[in-house]
Design a protein around this ligand. Structure first.
Ligand SMILES: [Zn+2]
Length: 258
């Protein structure tokens, strides 16, 4: 296999971890699932074939109950907002949870959707919120336990293992999509660069060493290059010593077992 500089850099960084006797933990989050469209079926088949655990961030309002009920027990379902509708005020960045919506109203929407999604996804459900556009206020974070959540997943290195008391935090760090330039695959250099940067920051203590590095996909936006990259990532990572793909259930343990 031809190894480009970016793949070599990933292998080198993983080797540094291995030399330190530390496992490299990765996890995989895919956003915007609602029903079993062809790209999602392809993604799930890939997860099954590679045995890499997948966490689907599902939009509760739009989610198809038959699709959720038919998922393999190894798939984890996280809650991706309520309806994924942009409610941002003029000049505000995209968000489902704007400051203009009363906090109690937001919490009650979230709690109702959590109960519905939890019932449909059953044992696959992990009560973790993935806010659309990775955005929500600090006030809302602090109140998430009241809406029944135990975890939060956004984008970028976390500042603490708990986003608020009782809310475990595990984010994604490697976005495969170039949102501002064509919404296709960001490219090997960019994606692997993000992964190596997060791993190096963890190793050197500039980021929380205990936060698994999260790979973020959006099945609906994948071009063929993105699919090929993912396939290669899973193949390469299997052969790198000490690399382990962790299920969301492990990152967000049940309070009873934590
Ligand atoms: Zn989304």
């Amino acid at each position: 296999m031809v190894t480009s500089g970016a793949w070599q850099a990933l292998a080198d960084e993983c080797a540094r971890w291995h030399d330190l006797g530390r496992p490299v933990e990765f996890w995989w989050r895919d956003d915007d699932a609602v029903q079993l469209v062809a790209p999602l079926a392809r993604l799930l088949a890939m997860a099954e074939a590679t045995q890499v655990p997948i966490a689907l961030a599902v939009i509760p309002e739009a989610a198809d109950a038959a699709f959720l009920g038919g998922l393999s027990a190894r798939v984890c379902v996280l809650q991706h907002g309520v309806d994924h509708r942009n409610r941002a005020a003029a000049g505000e960045k995209k968000t489902e949870f704007p400051g203009t919506e009363p906090l109690e109203a937001t919490l009650s929407r979230l709690a109702r959707a959590r109960i519905r999604l939890g019932a449909a996804a059953a044992e696959r459900f992990v009560d973790v919120l993935v806010p659309p556009w990775n955005r929500l206020s600090g006030q809302l974070v602090a109140r998430l336990p009241a809406a029944g959540f135990r975890g939060l997943s956004r984008y970028g290195a976390r500042h603490a293992a708990e986003a608020a008391p009782g809310i475990r935090q595990s984010n994604a760090h490697v976005d495969l999509i170039a949102w501002h330039t064509g919404r296709g695959f960001a490219g090997e250099e960019a994606a692997l660069g993000l992964a190596v940067a997060h791993l190096a920051q963890r190793r050197l203590g500039a980021a929380d060493p205990g936060e698994a590095t999260g790979w973020l996909t959006h099945h609906a936006c994948h071009d063929e290059a993105a699919w090929q990259f993912l396939a290669r990532l899973f193949e390469v990572s299997r052969r790198l010593p000490g690399v382990r793909w962790v299920a969301a259930r492990e990152l967000f343990p049940d309070r009873a077992t934590a």
